[in-house]
Design a binder for this molecule. Structure first.
Ligand code: SAH
Length: 218
């Protein structure tokens, strides 16, 4: 690490500390999630031209018409997915720049993350290697089908909105496993689905705004 990088790193640690304080004020209370948000260098997941805005509570463009979610929603979805449990395997659908996957990787033993845009997979794989995020397995594919080889999952996080819960993903949940996703098209809410035996419990929470989940790969 050169001096410039080290300098940026120190400044960003302070800025991240303020972001974590704000998350606490916004109602995030899971200490593991707050620690994860404090540890992951969000500015290294976005274009350098936008890096100075990395710790604002805002969504930012990551190219290909996609966005990185604002810090609050990343923390909120991680808190809902974890629900105070220690997580073994977690599946993320919609890797994007890999920020949410990096946060999940702090609170889970292993993360599988699927992205449909090949160019984003390439960029994100390089970034994960540089940041030595070795417990994330990145896959290029249609996440609606999930990733059966890695199932069952303690948690599944979908980072793009859809009008219904993808059936294949439900079946890949472990007992008491939790799936968190934005449900809806134009108007969306956060949905938590919990597997209980042969059935599923559904809980609808606050309104959110995500890019759409799209079929197939590109
Ligand atoms: N978690 C991401 C957010 C990215 S936005 C982050 O931290 O940056 C949502 C992402 O979902 C986009 O990159 C989009 O290409 C991807 N996506 C949409 N539909 C998908 C699908 N069916 N399978 C996999 N990824 C999908």
């Amino acid at each position: 690490m050169n001096n410039l990088r080290a300098g940026i790193g120190m400044t960003s640690a302070r800025t991240r500390g303020r972001m974590v304080e704000r998350l606490r004020e916004q109602g995030i209370s899971d200490f593991m999630v707050l620690a994860a948000m404090g540890a992951v260098p969000r500015h290294l997941f976005i274009d350098e031209a936008l890096a100075s805005r990395a710790y604002e509570d805002t969504a930012l463009p990551i190219g290909f018409g996609q966005t990185i979610s604002n810090p609050y929603i990343v923390a909120r979805m991680t808190e809902l997915a974890r629900n105070g449990r220690s997580l073994q395997r977690v599946l993320e659908v919609g890797t994007g720049c890999g920020y949410q996957a990096a946060v999940l990787a702090q609170v889970a033993r292993e993360v599988v993350s699927i992205e449909r845009i090949a160019a984003l997979v390439g960029q994100t794989r390089k970034r994960q290697r540089e940041l030595r995020l070795s417990n994330i397995k990145l896959k290029h594919g249609d996440g609606m089908q999930g990733y059966a080889e890695g199932a069952p999952y303690d948690a599944i996080v979908i980072a793009a909105a859809f009008g219904a819960v993808p059936e294949m993903l439900k079946t890949q949940l472990a007992e008491d496993g939790r799936l968190v996703m934005p449900l809806g098209d134009d108007s969306q809410v956060l949905l938590v689905v919990t597997r209980k035996g042969d059935g599923y419990l559904e809980e609808k929470l606050e309104a959110v705004k995500f890019v759409p989940l799209l079929p197939g790969v590109s």
